[in-house]
Write a protein that binds this ligand. Structure first.
Ligand code: CA
Length: 228
């Protein structure tokens, strides 16, 4: 699998290239937006890791141009801290995921593997399933054991995120930025309240319980191991 990194900060670029090579990927590095665009089109990498702030063409312009030319490979955006608009804009332009700098290499690698696994599965599934829980993305409908569950838009978004990343512990900050488009503020309990409501609808009266709190870390949706 080949990865193209477009990153103008030499230290970050070298660090990512080396780490991904050690993880077994073929890696190309571009340090300029226009070079990145050409290398993506010519080299056909399996994944593009794209910094937003670049000399020449910025990351948004590169992505917009790639999508305009029918380039469909996945894109992981690297954005600056606290730039919610950047992340939203990147996702609107068709980025598959984003990481906020500074990030750990382990986190980057986990995202890369998830995106590539998703890509290999072929077309994006329109129905997500975990145990007897089903979320239909097209019809915006959720059922458990065949029974319809009514959710608000936010609850649906939260459940979609938990199901897409089933088995992964999702920190509150990630949930906040994905579902509420906001930065995580530890004074607010909006996420706890939403998870509690969602759990009441999805888990109460059903077995096994699927939505779990991992104390001090976040939430995970999965079939408990002793039952798997
Ligand atoms: Ca940069």
């Amino acid at each position: 699998m080949k990865i193209l990194i477009v990153e103008d900060e030499p230290k970050t670029g070298d660090y990512l290239r080396q780490g991904l090579r050690e993880a077994g990927f073929a890696v190309d590095l571009a340090t300029h937006g226009a070079d990145g665009l050409h290398m993506a089109l010519a080299g056909d990498p399996d994944l593009l890791i794209l910094d937003v702030m670049l000399p020449g063409l910025d990351g948004w312009t590169v992505l917009r141009e790639l999508r305009r030319q029918g380039w469909t490979r996945p894109v992981l955006f690297l954005t600056a801290r606290d730039q919610v608009e950047e992340r939203v804009r990147g996702l609107e332009l068709g980025a598959d995921d984003y990481l906020v700098k500074p990030f750990s290499f382990a986190e980057l690698l986990a995202r890369v593997r998830t995106i590539l696994r998703r890509g290999r599965a072929g077309l994006e599934p329109t129905i997500l399933r975990v145990a007897d829980l089903e979320l239909d993305l097209l019809r915006r409908r959720v059922t458990r054991a065949g029974r319809r569950i009514d959710l608000t838009a936010k609850e649906f978004g939260l459940l979609e995120l938990l199901m897409r990343r089933s088995g992964e512990v999702l920190p509150r900050s990630l949930i906040a930025s994905h579902v509420w488009d906001m930065n995580f503020d530890s004074d607010t309990n909006v996420i706890e309240v939403a998870v509690r409501r969602l759990r009441a609808k999805v888990d109460e009266g059903f077995e096994p319980r699927l939505i779990h709190t991992v104390r001090g870390m976040g939430y995970v949706l999965e079939v408990p191991e002793e039952r798997a």
